[in-house]
Every structure is written in structure tokens, then in C-alpha cells.
Design a protein around this ligand. Sequence first.
Ligand SMILES: O=C(CO)[C@H](O)[C@H](O)COP(=O)(O)O
Ligand SMILES: [Fe+2]
Length: 216
Amino acid sequence: MLSSDFANLASEAERMLNCGADWLHMDIMDGHFVPNLTIGAPVIESLRKHTKAYLDCHLMVTNPLDYVEPLGKAGASGFTFHVEASRENWRELIQRIKSKGMRPGVALNPGTPIEEVYPLVEFENPVEMVLVLTVEPGFGGQKFMADMMDKVKTLRKKYPSLDIEVDGGLGPSTIDMAASAGANCIVAGSSVFGAPEPSHIISLMRRSVEECQKNN
Ligand SMILES: O=C(CO)[C@H](O)[C@H](O)COP(=O)(O)O
Ligand SMILES: [Fe+2]
């Protein structure tokens, strides 16, 4: 939703769901972890009044723990925090996210090695999704970093049933790389909102993921 018209968020959300989106990806940025500031719990709470959709919150914030309670109350569905922002407290974070009824995920920046997320996936109370950033976090509309696909391949080999989300620069020209590497949750902002027919882009990307899953 980062590429949506924020002044018309509810109708933009409905439009994307009508175009076939499964989830709404909500980029929460604090102007500190990343050099951009977007939305927080009050906006999630307002949007929740207009939709029952899965709100997939991606927290690009320095103190994710501070957001658990407000986002839980606001009606967030998924809570994906950054491994770079939770090296001291990820165990507590996962536990608190689950206790608020949200689904925990962990994200990693392009410069962070994939090994850093293994303990969170293998923990007795694990994260349920890994988000591999395929651009530097902070802004939509950037170029897809194909070299991040090695991370996706490594994760898929190690964890065959894990939800692996790719985020940044996904669209018709990059989806096959991500899908064949093993990603099964696709975030796309500018390619979808910038298309004359967003539904065509969404179904093209869904087909690519389904084809790759069939062949594996
Ligand atoms: O987390 C993000 C940026 O930090 C966004 O979710 C991502 O960039 C999606 O936008 P686009 O598809 O335009 O790249
Ligand atoms: Fe994101």
C-alpha cells in the first residue's frame, strides 16, 4: 500500500482486494530505522474499520517492541520486525506478538547475512515468515536486487514449508526470479499501482509462483 493514495486508503485497499490481492502489505517506517516516515497504529486502526483483509505489517522501526501492543489493538494481522532492530530481544518480541494474536515474521536488509534469521526460525516459539528485502528499505519504486535470490534459495532448501516473502522491486520482469528461487509471498507496490490493470499484474505474479510450486 506504500504506492497507494494515502488520502484514500480504504478505497485503495478495496480496489486492490477486488483486483485479486490476498493481503495488504503495510509499510510502517519511523524516520529513524529508515530515512522515511509513513504510518503507524492509528492508520491501521482506521483501515481495519473498513476491511477484514489480512494486514501484513512490515515494521521498519528501531524499537519494534513499542509497536506490539498498539498494533495488536489496532487490528494488525502480521507483525514483521527487522532482525537488525531486535538482536537483543527477539525472543520476547515473538512471544508478545503471538500473545496479541498476530503472526510474527522477521525481515532482513540486503546487507544482513541470511544466517542471522536461522535462530528465529528454529526457536521453539518461532517466527512464521521470513521477509527477504530485495531493495534497501525506506522507499517504493526501487530496482530489484537479483543477488538477494541466493538468500531465498538457501532458505527454501533449508525450510521447505516456511513462508518466504520477497519485498521490493517485484513486477512482471522480476517475478520469475523470485518464484523460481522459492518465494511464496510476493509484495508489489509500484508495479501494481502503476499498472493500467493491476489485476493483470497480480494474476501474472500468482501464476508464476503457482507454476514454480508445481514444478518443485
Ligand atoms: O518495504 C518496502 C520498502 O522499504 C516496500 O514494501 C517495497 O519497496 C514495495 O514497493 P515496490 O514494489 O514499489 O518496490
Ligand atoms: Fe515492505
